[in-house]
Design a protein around this ligand. Structure first.
Ligand code: M6R
Length: 608
C-alpha cells in the first residue's frame, strides 16, 4: 500500500525513481511524485494525479541530472487522490514521502500553526513536525526526524531529504517496510525489494523503530533511542524474470498460469508420495509439541483468510481431537478471544506485511501461543516475527488479485495439518490419500488450466455483463466459492457473494432472478446429491447456472457446464478455484477494466 523509492549516487536519480515507482505501482496508483536535488540543493518537485504515466509526462519537460531524490506512489488514506495530496510533501527546506498512517495528526497539527498546510494529508503534518525540529538546518536532519517520530502515533515508512544537505537521505520505519539497497557508489531505497533488483541484490531490511542516515557510500542505522544498530546485508532472493510479465498481457494471467510451477515450489522437498508422509522443517515444533496441539487458530485477510478456511476443513477431516478456528485478522485483533494453551496459530499472508495480520501476530505472541507463518514474501515483517514458518515460495505476486498464493497457502496449511496428524499417530491409510493427491496436484493444476482455459473464456464473456453473481458450494467447496466471489468482485466489479448451498433456503434464494447468475461448485463426494437438490431449487426459479464439476456423467440442465479433470477427488475444490480465477480474469478483460490494478485497491494492505 503506497510505494517509496529513493536514490543517492552518481547516476540520474529521476530515472531510478521513475523506474522504481513503476515497479511499485501495484501497491498504490492514485497519484505519484518525485523530488530530486541538485548539488546546490535546488529541488525539482514533480507530482501528478493518477498513473506514473502522468508523472512521466511532467518529467519530459523537467529533466534534471540530479543524483539524489525520493519518490512515492500513493494509495489515498487522508484526502482525495489529487496532485496537492500527492507526495513528496514539503515543509521549509525538507521533503518527505510516507507510507502508513499518522493517527494523531490532528492533535499534532494544532501545534504547527506556523506551517501553511496545502494538503489534507497526515503526511504533510509529519513534514511540518520534522521541520519544526529541524529549524531550517539549525539541527541535523536525522535528529529532527527522531524528535518528530517520538511524538508520532501510528505507522510509518518514511524518507526525508533536505535542500540544505543534498548528500543524505534519512529514512525510518515503524510498521511499513523499507529496504535499503547497497550498490557500488550508490545507495538505493524502496518499500519493496523488487524495485531494487535491477541495481543490486544486496539489501538491508530496516526494522521497526530504526532510523537510517543514508549516503552514497554509507548507511548508518540507529534506534529511536540513539542506540547504534549494525546493518545486516542480505541477498535479495527474487530474480528479474519473476517480476516481469513474461509474454502475458497481464500479470494476473501470468500468475494464474504459473501455478503448476509455483505449487511445485511449495511442495519441493516436503512431500514423500512413496511413503505417504509430509515433512515441514520451518515450523520448528518438536514431535511432542505437535502431538499436544488441540486447537489451531488461522489468521488472515481476504484471500489468505479464505485459504485458511479451506485448509481448516481438510485439517478437521484427518486430525482427531483438534478444533480449527479461522479468523479475519481485522476482527480478531479487537476480539477479547481466549486462546487455550495447547494451541498453535497459523499467520497467513502473501505479502507478510498486512497490518491487521501483523497486529494479530503480535497479540497472539503476547499470550505465549506459538506462531507459525504461512508467508510468501521472504524477509517480510511477519516472516521475521513469527516463531517458525513455512514459506510458500510462489515467487512475487504482482497483480492485486491474489491467485497463486491462495493455492499454495491452502496446501501448505494442509501439509502442516498432516504433520500434526502424523505426530498424533493417525493411521497412514487415513493420511496417504491426501498426501498422494497433493503430490499429483501440480500436474492436475496444469491439466485443469489447459483443458478448461478456452471454455472458461467463452463462458466468462457470456456472463461478463451481469451485475450480480452468487457463488455456491458446500464443505470444502464453500470457502472455494467465497474465494471465487472475491476474485470476481475485486477485478470485474461484479456484486458477487458466496453462500453455502445449505443456506440458500434461509434467505439468498429470494435473490434469484434474471439479474443474477449462479456459479455452482459441484465436486463429486458425499454431499454431491444434496448440492444437486439445491441446484434444482435454483433452476426451478429460473436461475442462470454455471456448474463447475468433476462428475463425469453430470447431466443437470444448467446453462453452462465447466468440467474439470476427474482424477483429483479430495482437492477438486483447488482445481475449481482455478476456473474461478480464469473466469474472473476473462470477465474483467471482456469489460475492458484494469485487470492488474483494480480501482480503489492496492497490493499489500499496510494500513489498518
Ligand atoms: O498479503 P496478504 O496475503 O496478507 O493479503 C491479504 C489480502 O489483502 C489479500 O488477499 C486481498 O484480499 C487480495 N486482493 C485478494 O485478491
Amino acid at each position: 500500500m503506497c510505494g517509496i523509492v529513493g536514490y543517492i549516487g552518481n547516476k540520474n536519480a529521476q530515472n531510478f525513481l521513475i523506474s522504481g515507482l513503476k515497479r511499485l505501482e501495484y501497491r498504490g496508483y492514485d497519484s505519484a511524485g518525485i523530488v530530486t536535488l541538485n548539488a546546490e540543493g535546488e529541488a525539482t518537485l514533480l507530482r501528478a494525479k493518477g498513473k506514473i504515466l502522468n508523472l512521466e509526462e511532467k518529467l519530459a519537460a523537467n529533466k534534471r541530472d540530479d543524483k539524489i531524490g525520493i519518490g512515492h506512489t500513493r494509495w489515498a488514506t487522508h484526502g482525495e487522490p489529487s496532485e496537492t495530496n500527492a507526495h513528496p510533501h514539503r515543509a521549509g527546506k525538507i521533503y518527505l514521502v510516507h507510507n502508513g498512517i499518522i493517527e494523531n495528526y490532528k492533535e499534532l497539527k494544532e501545534n504547527l500553526k506556523e506551517h501553511d498546510f496545502k494538503s489534507q494529508t497526515d503526511t504533510e503534518v509529519l513534514a511540518a513536525l520534522i521541520n519544526s525540529f529541524y529549524k531550517d538546518g539549525e539541527y541535523p536532519l536525522a535528529n529532527a526526524v527522531v524528535q518528530a517520530l517520538k511524538l508520532v502515533k501510528g505507522t510509518y515508512g518514511i524518507a526525508v531529504v533536505s535542500c540544505l544537505s543534498p548528500d543524505e537521505i534519512v529514512v525510518a520505519r515503524s510498521g511499513s517496510p523499507l529496504v535499503i539497497g547497497v550498490g557500488h557508489d550508490e545507495t538505493l531505497l524502496a518499500s519493496d525489494a523488487s524495485a531494487l533488483l535491477r541495481h543490486t541484490k544486496r539489501a538491508i531490511y530496516l526494522n521497526d523503530g530504526e532510523v537510517a542516515l543514508i549516503r552514497k557510500n554509507s548507511v548508518e542505522i540507529k534506534t529511536l533511542n540513539a542506540e547504534p544498530v549494525s546493518a545486516k546485508v542480505e541477498e535479495i532472493e527474487t530474480n528479474i524474470a519473476a517480476i516481469q510479465k513474461g509474454g502475458y498481457e497481464h500479470f494476473l494471467l501470468k500468475e494464474i498460469m504459473e501455478q503448476p510451477e509455483s505449487l511445485m515450489e511449495t511442495l519441493r522437498g516436503r512431500v514423500n508420495a512413496k511413503d505417504g508422509t509430509v515433512r515441514l522443517g520451518g515450523p520448528g515444533l518438536s514431535e511432542e509439541k505437535l502431538r499436544g496441539i488441540k486447537h489451531l487458530v488461522i489468521v488472515g485477510c481476504g484471500t489468505a483468510y479464505h485459504a485458511g478456511l479451506l485448509a481448516g476443513y481438510y485439517i478437521e477431516q484427518f486430525t482427531p481431537e483438534i478444533t480449527v478456528e479461522t479468523v479475519i485478522a481485522s476482527e480478531y485483533r479487537y476480539r477479547n478471544a481466549y486462546i487455550p494453551k495447547d494451541s498453535v496459530a497459523l499467520i497467513v499472508s502473501q505479502s507478510g506485511e498486512t497490518a491487521d495480520t501483523l497486529a494479530c501476530l503480535r497479540e497472539i505472541k503476547k499470550q505465549g501461543i506459538p506462531t507459525i507463518g504461512i508467508v510468501n514474501a521472504i524477509g517480510s515483517t511477519i516472516a521475521r516475527e513469527v516463531d517458525g514458518g513455512t514459506y510458500v515460495h510462489v515467487g512475487p505476486e504482482i497483480s492485486v488479485a491474489s491467485t497463486k498464493a491462495f493455492t499454495s497457502q491452502a496446501i501448505a496449511m494442509v501439509m502442516f495439518g498432516l504433520t500434526i496428524a502424523q505426530a498424533k499417530g493417525v493411521k497412514s491409510s487415513m493420511l496417504r490419500p491426501y498426501v498422494e493427491e497433493i503430490a499429483k496436484l501440480p500436474e492436475a493444476v496444469r491439466e485443469t488450466l489447459d483443458s478448461t482455459h478456452d471454455i472458461v473464456k467463452n463462458v466468462a464473456e457470456k456472463y461478463a455483463e451481469y451485475e450480480h453473481a452468487i457463488y455456491l458450494g458446500r464443505d470444502t467447496a464453500y470457502p472455494t466459492a467465497m474465494e471465487g466471489a472475491l476474485k470476481l468482485k475485486e477485478i470485474a466489479y461484479v456484486d458477487a457473494n458466496a453462500y453455502a448451498f445449505g443456506e440458500l433456503k434461509h434467505g439468498p434464494l429470494a435473490l434469484v432472478d434474471d439479474r443474477f447468475f449462479e456459479m455452482a461448485l459441484l465436486p463429486e463426494g458425499e454431499l454431491y446429491e444434496k448440492a444437486v437438490s439445491n441446484v434444482q431449487e435454483v433452476l426451478a426459479r429460473g436461475g442462470h447456472i454455471v456448474a463447475v464439476t468433476n462428475v463425469e456423467d453430470f447431466d443437470l440442465p444448467v446453462e453452462s457446464v465447466i468440467k474439470i479433470p476427474a482424477e483429483i477427488r479430495l482437492f477438486a475444490p483447488i482445481l475449481m478455484n482455478l476456473v474461478s480465477q480464469l473466469f474472473a480474469y476473462y470477465a474483467t478483460v471482456a469489460k475492458g477494466l484494469n485487470v492488474d490494478q483494480p480501482r480503489n485497491l492496492a497490493k499489500s494492505v499496510t494500513v489498518e
